[in-house]
Design a protein around this ligand. Sequence first.
Ligand SMILES: [Fe+2]
Ligand SMILES: [Fe+2]
Length: 334
Amino acid sequence: MVAVTPETGTSGGVDGGSADLGAQLRADFDAAVAAEERVEPRDWMPEEYRASLVRQMAQHAHSEIIGMQPEANWITRAPSLRRKAILMAKVQDEAGHGLYLYSAAETLGTSRDELLDKLHSGKQKYSSIFNYPTLTWADVGAIGWLVDGAAITNQVPICRCSYGPYARAMVRICKEESFHQRQGYELLLALSQGTEAQHAMAQDAVNRWWWPSLMMFGPPDDESVHSAQAMAWRIKRHSNDELRQRFVDIAVPQAESLGLTLPDPDIRWNEERGHHDFGAIDWAEFWDVLKGNGPCNEQRINQRRKAHEEGAWVREAATAYARKHTGTGREVQA
Ligand SMILES: [Fe+2]
Ligand SMILES: [Fe+2]
């Protein structure tokens, strides 16, 4: 990949020369990405590539930290110490995922403060799935199995994303998401094999989370605005519909093993396609929740703003501590 050095940055000299240089940098960038080379923070990159990555990584980071809320709702009511410890570890992992991703986004020249401001003011989005409520304990299982499961399906290919810091952050995140998916599956299995009431609770949770989980892959390919470019830049590797199909194919046999049904009478194996067919998704609901009209949009963002305000003293203390130590370091050097 081409690093921007003072030499390459000024070698154009005359106007025509710098236009040629821009075209050359662009051509080199496209060729490197096509050859599966990684783009690193100091490499030259088109502004649209940078902006597109910031948008996607910010949305991803925001989803990680907003996603802590629906599950944290059940920490105090977990049915055993074991379940409580697992859930706390999981929610804490999600905070960690947010931190890796904000840090990775900062390598593109933005700052965590700026990204959080955009989240709080509604200029940047988070995944709509977190605008649904967690009504029962079984929802913790359904989120782990379906929501973290859909997230893994989406995110494993990002481990091969063209932007180095994003790809590397995803390797660790996917390992942890895999644990989240299994804990959800194990929780649902315990409920499904429990009393009649527990089984019904597990089934109800799956009924409510199934369709929103399918929506997590984003709009159908022909309506997805960013997809084609993201695939050309090797940020994305597979289309929304392709990933959604992969997820359905994984989930169907898992639901059978769980002894639970998926709330879609149209699911059936299609021998010809070698995939499961499934029913039509209610995209009107998807767009409506995205617009802010989901059951918990307001609650989630208000809670996030409140947490940010209440955490101001921690950020101030951390900044003062860092400043003090940098100061000491300089004195020692002097
Ligand atoms: Fe996560
Ligand atoms: Fe997760």
